[in-house]
Design a protein around this ligand. Structure first.
Ligand SMILES: [Zn+2]
Length: 484
């Protein structure tokens, strides 16, 4: 039996324009005191007229081009009418009948494969204000902050092409990275700069049954959207299997109980009675202008990921890490550009270095580690002057101190790495202290070699070159002459 979810997303992205969509108030008001970035226009005073910010159109076209959309040379604005305290005008300006762009697609990587997700439409609209319910000092009150009113939003609506919650997560991440690369949205979900509504229905392809469509609203992280969708899939699947009737409704994610809760059924929803916005002219775009914008589109994340894989032989996951951590990628490209071996550089960057950076919540550009120092590490290991094991223990110091390996090793008293006399001394002691095991080795239990190597490494605190230790122990156990 095949029971599958069918998921579509609606994403609202706040555009990084300096001013709002239809007035000259600043858009950069997240941390500003309430109601300090407002004017007669964005608070809907009678007699004021909206005036479209040209940068909003430019950003929308950039997004549409990156999403491979058909751009409508003529699009227009409409009013979506409803009453809510955060919507001071009583309507929201949006593009309902003729959006700026439609029929696009975005390529995502999920579960180790590529997938094309169709985009139904991209349109411009304005943001609403913010309500603050029952603050600690005035629990009986609700406050309204209109600073956000009229900030430009871009809404991206997908077709229900996403087959798993993981794919939904990958889509949002790819879209955010794309918008960040374009410089049109900060993608900061905690500040509400990117918001996602997800809709899901579950179908039983064998029996031809499908559940009602549920919308999950106002989830403020990609991980929670994925969790909410996983929860909703299981809930709807159980209903489908037991024959229980499902209802079309809007639900929210409750992180406390790790479940979704019903907010309202679709029957209670507003009918918005959209009609054309009489105060704004149509947006008319010339092909030549669109083509000029096209030339400003930089290499997009998915293209970059493919290029990194091809150019450096990276796996999809490795390329993805560099995509998510641009500082690490810059370092990688610089190191490889200076002739360091790709394999060693990526192993260090994506291994011990990234691990230590994560532990310290740092990015590599904010540390003292340089390409020259990494080159030194790689060379010292290659020539046997130190071991990978020792070098790993030095990483935390190298991120915090601009100090040469030579200096660091002597400061730490680690210097006997390639000292064969020292290795022989310790090895002899270890063999003498374990005569029974040495005897057993000579009688054919050659697996004990590892045991002896382990004892020497322990004794020398892992400071010796493993291959030298192995050679020495083997020679000792087999009675060969090893005086070095
Ligand atoms: Zn204003």
């Amino acid at each position: 039996m095949a029971i599958k979810p069918q998921i579509g997303l609606e994403i609202h992205a706040q555009l990084l324009t300096k001013t709002k969509a239809f007035c000259s108030c600043s858009s950069e008001s997240f941390d500003a005191p309430p109601n300090t970035h407002i004017c007669d226009g964005c608070t809907g005073q009678p007699g004021t007229l909206p005036k479209l910010n040209a940068t909003v159109v430019e950003f929308a076209v950039k997004a549409a081009l990156a999403l491979n959309c058909h751009i409508n040379e003529r699009s227009s604005f409409d009013r979506k009418n409803y009453f809510y305290p955060d919507l001071v005008k009583g309507f929201q300006i949006t593009q309902y009948f003729r959006p700026i762009a439609e029929n696009g697609s975005l390529l995502i990587h999920a579960d180790g494969r590529k997938k094309k997700v169709r985009i139904r439409r991209v349109h411009i609209e304005e943001d609403t204000g913010k309500l603050l319910h029952s603050p600690a000092d005035r629990p009986e009150c609700a406050f309204i902050d209109y600073n956000r009113c009229g900030i430009a939003l871009l809404e991206v609506v997908t077709e229900p092409d996403l087959d798993t919650p993981k794919e939904a997560h990958a889509f949002m991440e790819t879209l955010r990275n794309t918008f960040r690369t374009l410089g049109i949205c900060s993608g900061d979900m905690e500040k509400g700069a990117l918001r996602c509504d997800a809709n899901i229905s579950v179908r039983d392809t064998d029996r031809g049954l499908v559940t009602a469509r549920v919308e999950i609203k106002n989830v403020n992280s990609f991980r929670f959207v994925e969790k909410a969708l996983e929860y909703e899939f299981e809930r709807l699947k159980a209903a489908l299997l037991s024959g229980e009737k499902t209802v079309s409704e809007t639900r929210g994610w409750d992180q406390g109980s790790r479940s979704t809760v019903s907010l309202r059924s679709k029957g209670e929803e507003n009918t918005y009675r959209h009609f054309p916005e009489p105060d704004l002219p149509d947006i008319v775009l010339e092909r030549a202008w669109i083509d000029r914008i096209r030339t400003t589109i930089p290499e997009l994340p998915m293209e970059k990921q493919d290029r990194l894989m091809e150019q450096y032989g990276l796996t999809m996951a490795e390329a993805k890490t560099f995509l998510d951590e641009p500082e690490l990628e810059t370092f990688f490209v610089a190191a490889v550009g200076q002739g360091l071996p790709v394999k060693a550089v990526k192993n260090w960057l994506l291994g011990e270095i990234q691990k230590t950076l994560k532990e310290r919540a740092l990015t590599i550009d904010r540390t003292t580690l340089t390409v020259a120092r990494l080159a030194e590490i790689i060379e010292w290991i290659a020539t046997g002057k130190t071991t990978t094991h020792i070098a790993k223990t030095l990483i935390p110091d190298l991120l915090e101190n601009d100090i040469s390996l030579e200096q660091l090793l002597s400061e730490k008293g680690i210097s006997r790495i390639n000292d064969s006399a020292y290795v022989i001394e310790v090895s002899k002691k270890v063999v003498e202290e374990h005569p029974e095991q040495a005897e057993a080795y000579r009688f054919g239990k050659t697996g004990l070699l590892k045991y002896f190597i382990g004892l020497v490494m322990k004794e020398t605190k892992g400071q010796c070159d493993t291959s030298l230790v192995q050679e020495t122990i083997k020679a000792l156990l087999e009675g060969n002459n090893i005086e070095g």
